[in-house]
Each structure stands twice: as structure tokens, then as C-alpha cells.
Design a protein around this ligand. Structure first.
Ligand code: GLV
Ligand code: MG
Length: 354
């Protein structure tokens, strides 16, 4: 039993008070870099203004004998870099590895004031979040960090999916959840060896036609169920859902499609593994200027948001007003960070008003 009143008490004496709402900061792309790779690390200051989130990755893709170098590299980069309005996140090693504890001990005590979010991989249930939650509180108190570091879980085990609602609500620190399609495919024994995206074998076929004509097939989205479930769990707990990695760096068109499906279903961003994917994520996760102008037109026409009006032959009511607020509020938050986008939204609104 845990009293609702205790939920917002710090988990260690001297730790900062938990947040009551997840701050909505633009996070269209969570750009991964290997902090142990000196060539990549040197690009960080130039990369920071181009992305919403920079993530120093310590987990998969970093070789076992390079784990400590990556951790030390991240400490050095964080101390030396002014990230401006760009968030700094890290992905620590999984909790069943020998490195996770030292990752948290080192990062929070050395650069806790610079770290916005800790991404925890292979989360299986609320117990994993509780472990990290208490440990972060102890370390924040020790390092005298003034605001809580938030936690982001990767949904990448079958057990994690079965427990996703409980994971989303496990702590006020929960900032969001990302789909991890590679580990999840392995955990579920799915038969795809791709990192995200579709598969030509996963399809439906048109009914037979008279005369045995060729029957069209339509590829289906392998990730639809999981993304939709993750979005519901996140929305129910007031946290943010993200698509994860798209591994085929050459296929920007398919990457864009996968990102857009996730955006339309409710996700706010995706991971970018290569600089080529940054522009794709920015385009997809920023609502189109025409859609924003339309949303604002509906909001203006709906006054206090009740009743019904017809605009260009389309019925608008309290519910469509709320749909339009989602688009308009997202556009406001992104425009505040992205002057180019602010101009595009203003121009489309002006055009619409003529
Ligand atoms: C990401 O970590 C994945 O496993 O897809
Ligand atoms: Mg993974």
C-alpha cells in the first residue's frame, strides 16, 4: 500500500520534490551519439543547436570493453558543453548488467545538474522504475541537485509490453516511453531481423477475383499494436510516447513513413541514429503549417469551445475543438523553440485569413 499523499514526497531526505506534471519540452528527435567516440564527441557542440534532445548512449552499440570510456566521455562532454535550450539525456546500461549502477552513480554525482532525462532500457515492470527512482533520489540529495532528473523507459520486452500501463504510472519521474523494436522483436520471437519499419511478408491480400486476376497485397505495420498500446498508457498517465530507432539509414522514405505513422497515432518524437534522420524527424513531428492554420481557424470559430459550427462543409463541435487544440498547442510549443517554424505557421495563418 502506498498513500496517494506520499507519491509526491521525495524518496530521499534532501532530494528535490517530484514534478507534478511532465514539462512539455520539444523532443521531436532524440539524437543518439557515442560519447566514447572522440570523432563523434567533437561534433556535439555543433550538433546541439540542430536537435531537440542529445542522448549520450552507454548501452547497446557500445562494446563491453568501451563502456567505461563512454561513461567518462559523457561526463567530459557534459562538463565542457553549453547545450543552450537542447536537452541532454543519457541511455544507461540495462539494470541486469554490471554497468548500470556505476552509470547512475557517476553521471548523477558528476553531471546531474546537466542531465534532463535518464533513459532506462529493457524495463520489464514498475519494480525497475522504483529501483531507479529511489537511487536517483539518493544521488540527487548527495549531489545537491535542485530539480529531479526524469526517467524514460524503453518498451522492448514482451513482459514490458504486458506491464506498460504500470510502468507509465510507476513514478512522478516518468517522462515518457519509447518503442524499442529490435529488442522487442527478439524478446517476442518475431521473425524480423530489421530495426523497426515494415516487413514485406506481413501483409493482407485482396479477395480472389473472377477469372483468377492478380490480387493486390497491402503491407501492414508490424508495430501498430504496440505503438497504440504505448500511446494509451502514456496518455493515461500524462507522459510522452516516442517511436524509437529506424535502422535502415539509407531508406529515408520508409523512415519518414514509420515516423509519420507514430506521429499520427500520438507520438511526439523518435530517435535519430544518423544526422540524415534529423531533418526527417523535424519534418514529421512538426505539424504542417496548413493543419495548424486550420486548427486555429476552428478554435477561433468555436468561441468558448461549445456548440457546433460548419466550416467549409465540415462539422465542428466540442470534440473537434479539442482535436484542434492538440495541434495548435503543439505548434505553439515548437514555434517557441524553432523560429523557422514560427514563421511558417504565421504565414499559413495569414494566408488562411485572406
Ligand atoms: C532499441 O533499443 C531497440 O532495441 O530497438
Ligand atoms: Mg534495445
Amino acid at each position: 500500500m502506498r498513500s496517494a499523499k506520499d507519491f509526491f514526497r521525495p524518496l530521499a531526505v534532501g532530494a528535490p520534490a517530484p514534478v507534478r506534471e511532465v514539462p512539455f519540452r520539444p523532443s521531436r528527435m532524440i539524437h543518439f551519439f557515442d560519447p566514447g567516440n572522440e570523432r563523434m564527441a567533437a561534433k556535439v557542440p555543433a550538433l546541439a543547436p540542430q536537435v531537440d534532445v542529445l542522448l549520450g548512449n552507454l548501452e547497446d552499440a557500445v562494446q563491453a570493453d568501451r563502456k567505461e570510456a563512454a561513461r567518462a566521455g559523457l561526463v567530459g562532454i557534459a562538463k565542457a558543453t553549453d547545450f543552450g535550450g537542447t536537452q541532454l539525456w543519457t541511455r544507461v546500461n540495462s539494470l541486469d548488467s554490471p554497468w548500470a549502477l556505476d552509470d547512475l552513480l557517476t553521471l548523477v554525482t558528476e553531471i546531474g545538474d546537466k542531465l534532463d532525462v535518464v533513459m532506462v532500457p529493457k524495463v520489464e515492470g514498475p519494480q525497475d522504475i522504483h529501483y531507479v527512482d529511489r537511487l536517483l533520489a539518493q544521488l540527487e540529495a548527495k549531489a545537491r541537485i535542485g530539480r529531479p532528473i526524469l526517467v524514460h523507459a524503453i518498451l522492448e520486452t514482451a513482459t514490458g509490453v504486458a506491464n506498460v500501463e504500470e510502468i507509465a504510472g510507476a513514478s512522478p519521474r516518468m517522462q515518457g516511453i519509447s518503442l524499442g523494436p529490435a529488442d522487442l522483436a527478439a524478446s517476442r520471437r518475431m521473425k524480423t531481423t530489421r530495426v523497426g519499419g515494415g516487413h514485406p511478408g506481413y501483409l493482407v491480400r485482396e479477395d480472389p477475383k473472377p477469372g483468377d486476376g492478380p490480387r493486390a497485397t497491402y503491407q501492414q505495420d508490424l508495430w501498430h499494436y504496440t505503438i497504440a498500446r504505448m500511446v494509451d498508457a502514456c496518455a493515461a498517465h500524462g507522459i510522452l510516447p516516442y517511436y524509437g530507432p529506424f535502422g535502415d539509414i539509407q531508406d529515408l522514405a520508409a523512415c519518414e513513413d514509420q515516423f509519420r505513422n507514430a506521429f499520427l497515432l500520438g507520438c511526439v518524437g523518435a530517435w535519430t541514429l544518423h544526422p540524415a534522420q534529423i531533418a526527417v524527424a523535424k519534418r514529421v513531428f512538426s505539424p504542417e503549417p496548413e493543419d495548424v492554420a486550420w486548427a486555429r481557424r476552428v478554435i477561433d470559430a468555436m468561441g468558448d469551445g461549445t456548440g457546433a459550427v460548419m466550416i467549409d462543409g465540415k462539422m465542428q463541435d466540442d470534440a473537434t475543438y479539442k482535436q484542434c487544440l492538440v495541434v495548435s498547442e503543439l505548434a505553439d510549443a515548437l514555434a517557441a523553440r524553432d523560429p523557422e517554424l514560427a514563421d511558417a505557421y504565421a504565414a499559413a495563418e495569414k494566408e488562411n485569413a485572406r
